[in-house]
Design a protein around this ligand. Structure first.
Ligand code: DON
Length: 576
């Protein structure tokens, strides 16, 4: 399926995902002031309401995050974690000067409970609990989202906590019509059967045993009460008192190990974002415990050495080299990356000139390398997954990029009785059994083994691109390991191939993660491209859709903001 990209500077026809051609949603939304792009429209509106009241990008991001916990239960969350990258242009700089930025990354990733240990899930499997790292309270890390959001708000927000939480509280109390998409998730056989094993989950989402239908009103009084406690008491409203006690009661009821102490001790961490120079732009993105920044820097380093930018976008040779760069970077990811506070990570060495030169020299430009020669491990299946990303910019040009997750769709599937929110299953992002594949087929090593207080390695990659004139792009997506390869592809479409924002998001994508040794490919590429990739030795595995991208692009001359919500999902851009 080909659509001619009409943008300036774009000469090649771009293969787009077929949903982009069928979608009736607006291709993009434009405005000159603030903008929020999120995977669910009511949550985008909650963020925009903060901008309308004089709030800044942080206020809008936090309001969107709490609203997603209500309106997008598949991934929005109080019981999960995530990463936030913020880039604020110096408001006092002279208009003629190069822009100077205040940047920060907030890591509010879940932590392993103190009682967790390397063989936790191996032992559980031996007791017949095969799904312990994905299903039920034992799968949950200590949630970080509430602490992370409140930390951002206290440090940099303008508005009062009660104002920022008000839209989420109202949506939980008054309810809203269930979007078709959420109904479809609830009805999916692999999800419904597992969700109904937890009484509070069944009561909330499966009244009378059936998934809540599209358009039915979802009212969440328990969740509203939890949100009110957070509005009134800040982090203590969640990490201490009745909500914390409800979490621990569910642990005790259903075999989890998280304690009141674990909750009390949770802290988000401010980190220095990773910066990558790319053709006059600076890419500001997430460092470990995300693998995203490191892998994107490596992949770009390899592509540069191969003269990749000169190849037509999406040509078979371009896709072949892209896949080979992804494959090599994932081999390093799985061997060397994990929680940076648990042991020092060799990030500098992984990004060093010598290592990238050596990795680049090893490629075969005409044939796929066998993953077994790089990282000898067994392949494995993957299953349904969901996370969510939102991008925000305010009228001052302050940009915030947030990716947050419960890990799998609806996380551990366990709603906390009395508190109304789902717990994550982020523990599965550890190498729960080093050497064995996880939910996403990732085979990871000892550096990412389970250990008390550790943060599991992630692929979430909230990213902001700047140049001397200001913020240019705010970007991110869900998709497990495909997050970082998707961010990379949209980034190169925008910056290297100069595609317009809509085409960059709509373009069909590929993904390689070393193991399983297959090239994942979206529908939309011409048969000739697929055949040419197969002829180079790639085993293709078609996947319906990769990610749910939320992009804001800024025109440096006019300051026009263009928001693009991915037609693969049901999101929306809202601007004022
Ligand atoms: O942190 C990670 O890499 C995963 N827990 C993200 C999961 C995800 O994106 C699922 N989404 N589609």
């Amino acid at each position: 399926m080909l659509a001619l990209a009409a943008g300036i500077g774009c000469r090649t026809p771009i293969a787009v995902h077929p949903v982009a051609l069928e979608s009736t949603a607006p291709l993009s939304v434009q405005c000159y002031q603030g903008m929020v792009v999120a995977a669910e429209p009511m949550a985008a509106e909650a963020g925009l309401a903060m901008l309308d009241r004089g709030g800044n990008a942080i206020d809008a991001a936090v309001a969107t995050g709490f609203a997603l916990a209500v309106t997008y239960p598949v991934a929005g969350n109080l019981g999960g974690g995530g990463f936030l990258v913020s880039v604020r242009p110096d408001p006092n700089a002279l208009p003629t000067a190069d822009r100077v930025y205040d940047t920060v990354a907030i890591d509010f990733r879940e932590t392993a409970p103190a009682a967790a240990h390397r063989d936790l899930y191996r032992d559980a499997a031996a007791r017949g609990l095969e799904e312990a790292s994905t299903l039920g309270p034992l799968a949950a890390g200590v949630p970080g989202s509430v602490a992370g959001m409140l930390h951002a708000l206290e440090q940099w927000g303008n508005l009062d906590r009660t104002i920022v939480l008000a839209p989420a509280i109202r949506l939980a109390e008054e309810g809203f019509a269930l979007p078709e998409r959420t109904h479809e998730f609830l009805a999916a056989p692999g999800i419904a059967e597992r969700m109904k094993r937890f009484p509070a989950t069944a009561a909330l989402f499966y009244p009378g045993g059936e998934p809540l239908s599209a358009g039915a009103r979802l009212v969440q009084p328990e969740l509203a009460r939890t949100l009110r406690r957070i509005a009134d008491h800040g982090r203590d409203g969640f990490y201490r008192g009745p909500v914390a006690e409800a979490i621990v009661a569910e642990m005790e009821r259903a075999g989890g190990i998280m304690t009141l102490d674990d909750l009390r001790q949770y802290q988000p961490i401010e980190r220095d974002p990773l910066r990558i120079d790319l053709r006059g732009y600076q890419v500001i993105t997430m460092p470990p415990p995300s693998s995203g920044g490191v892998c994107i820097a490596q992949i770009l380093g390899l592509l540069e050495r191969w003269g990749w930018g000169a190849l037509p976008a999406q040509s078979p040779q371009s896709l072949h080299l892209l896949a080979e760069a992804m494959r090599r970077s994932f081999a390093d990811r799985n061997d060397y990356l994990g929680d940076p506070d648990h042991r020092p990570l060799p990030v500098e060495a992984l990004l060093s000139r010598a290592r990238l030169d050596a990795m680049a020299a090893d490629v075969d430009r005409t044939r796929a390398t066998s993953s077994a020669s790089l990282f000898p491990r067994p392949p494995l299946p993957t299953e349904s997954e969901e996370t969510t990303h939102y991008s925000v910019i305010d009228a001052e040009g302050w940009a915030v990029s947030v990716t947050t997750t419960l890990n799998g769709a609806f996380g551990s599937k366990a709603v906390v009785p009395g508190a109304g929110f789902l717990l994550n299953n982020e523990m599965d992002d550890f190498a729960t059994q080093p050497g064995e594949p996880n939910l996403y087929g990732l085979v990871q090593g000892e550096v990412n083994a389970v250990g008390p207080g550790r943060r599991p390695l992630s692929s979430m990659t909230p990213t902001i691109v700047v140049d001397r004139r200001g913020v240019r792009y705010v970007l991110g997506t869900p998709g497990g390991p495909t997050i970082l390869t998707n961010v990379l592809q949209v980034l190169t479409h925008l910056v290297v191939h100069r595609l317009p924002p809509v085409e960059a998001v709509h373009a069909a994508k590929i993904h390689h993660q070393c193991w399983p040794d297959v090239l994942v490919i979206e529908p939309g590429f011409p048969a000739s491209t697929r055949r040419a990739l197969e002829a180079r030795g790639h085993e293709l595995r078609e996947r319906d859709g990769i990610g749910d991208f939320q992009l804001i692009a800024v025109d440096p001359e006019t300051r026009l903001h263009t928001g693009v919500a991915d037609p693969r999902g049901g999101g929306a851009a809202r601007g004022n």
